[in-house]
Every structure is written in C-alpha cells, then in structure tokens.
Design a binder for this molecule. Sequence first.
Ligand SMILES: [Zn+2]
Length: 311
Amino acid sequence: MRRFTVPTVQAGHAIGVDLGGTKILAGVVARDGTVVRRHERITPQDSQQHVVAELEAVVVELLDDSVVAVGFGAPSPIDQARGIVVRCVNVPLEDAPLRDHMRERFGLPVGLDNDANAAAIGEWRAGAGRGFDDLVMLTLGTGVGGGVIAGGRPFRGGNGAGAELGHVVIVHEGRPCQGACAGRGHLEAYVSGKAASAAAREAFGPSADAHRLVRLADEGDVQAQELLVEIAGYLGSGIGSFVNIFGPQLVLLGGGFGVAAFEHLRGPAEEVVGREALEPMRSRVRLAKAELGTAAGLIGAAFVGFEAADV
Ligand SMILES: [Zn+2]
C-alpha cells in the first residue's frame, strides 16, 4: 500500500484564532477554507497575561507538522506596523505586541487582524463572498464590525486599523455610541444587536431583546416589523455611503443579529441604498447574508496567517 505525505507550503494549513468576548474559537484551516480541526476555550476576564496564555494554549492544542502559519482576529483596532492589539472590547487585552510574541513563541509566520476584518476575509475566501473582488461586510452583533475587500485585497487603511465601518457618523450629534467609543450618531448606536435589544425593551418590556424582536417580527407582529424597518433605514444610510466609497458588488450582513434579522432588514435597507447610492455603483451592488456563521472569524484569521506566510 502506498502512503502519501502532503505537507508542502501550498498544501499546508494555518491555525486561525478568533478571540471573542466570551470564547476563543480556533481551528486548523486548509487553503480552500475547510476547517480540518477545531478547538475552543473560554476567554479569561481577569488579566492580559491569562488571555495571552489561553491564546497560546489553543495554538499548542492544534499545532502539528502541517501548520505553516497562525493568524489571530481580535475585537480591537490593530496597529499593523507594530503588530499590536490596541485595545479590545470586553477582553482585558490592551497595547499587546501579540504578533512578535507569537512569532517567537511558535517560530511561525503570524498575522493579526481586527475580528470583523477577519470575518470579511473568511466570507470572501470561503463563504458568501467567494469570487468577488470588491465587497463590504457588516457584522451586526453586540457592536457593529466592518470589513472591506477592495480590488481583490483586504482593505486596512493607512495604519492598518481600518475599516471601522460601525463608527461612521450617520446622524450628526446623534445617539452616544457604545462601549469605549466617545462618538455620537455612529452606525453602531442604531443597528447593533444591542441597539435592537434596547428598542425591543422599550416597545415590549424589560425581558425583550433583539432575538425576541426578530421572533415577533417573524410571527407577524406589526410593531416589531416596524422597529426592524426603522433599524434597516439607518443600516441603508450607512450602506449607501459605503457603496459610494468602495463600489462593492456585494454587501454582506453577518453577526448574530444581522443574520437572524436579514429577511426583515434587506428590503427596506435596499430601498434606502437605492436612494443614497450613485450610479454606476447603485446598480452593481446587492445585499446578501453571510454564510459561515461563527466560523467566519477563525477561517478569516487563518487566511490572515497565510497572508503573513506568503509575504
Ligand atoms: Zn462609535
């Protein structure tokens, strides 16, 4: 019987690690986006040292001879020049030189990216965005993350920390933004799952949240449907501007709330996009739902690892 040994650089795998507020999701990912193996751990909340130790532990758990690179996605702006996680939302990790640390620790190429960029890269390489050179992805979860693929490459702006699409102003002097963001009227304050939960509580009482809002709308509740139309209007304003800037063929909605509410949001958001976006961008774009679910971030992070290996 003949046996085949695969590991060349082309055939190699990357480990993708998606650091979230509650869990660290990781996997060994092939170049076609297939997740070969998975591992997950709880995100520590007590100290930076503990978070870094757990990130190392997931890599150790998955590491084998086929692995040629490691990529990390973190809920933070990334200083790409210095390889630093600037400041995470909901995770005690700040000003952390993760890239050099992990390179030294594992002796492999290491890539870092914002978690929403990673999700966009995951969908582009292995999900709903396959085959598109220009796409914008918005992840509507607790916050609003943004990722852009422009001209067949991830767009990260001048210092590598873009594209924070959730923090564009859609209402001058509008609602205060969430978390550590001191801005006002940002998209995130109107279309995140957290914003939807607040609207649901106001309309239906203290036990309602975004999930309940979507469920009620699914069941035909007119007030719930109207609230989602209102959220979709703000979303359309944001997307219309992104379409005017990036001219994408595709705008993907991901994240827990974005996927759950997609059928309610799409129509009214497209109506606003049709008004705000200019030709020829307007006719070229369509809205679609992300496909990879919670795996998008780790798959994308693995491709950020491949990117570091291929330089
Ligand atoms: Zn903001």
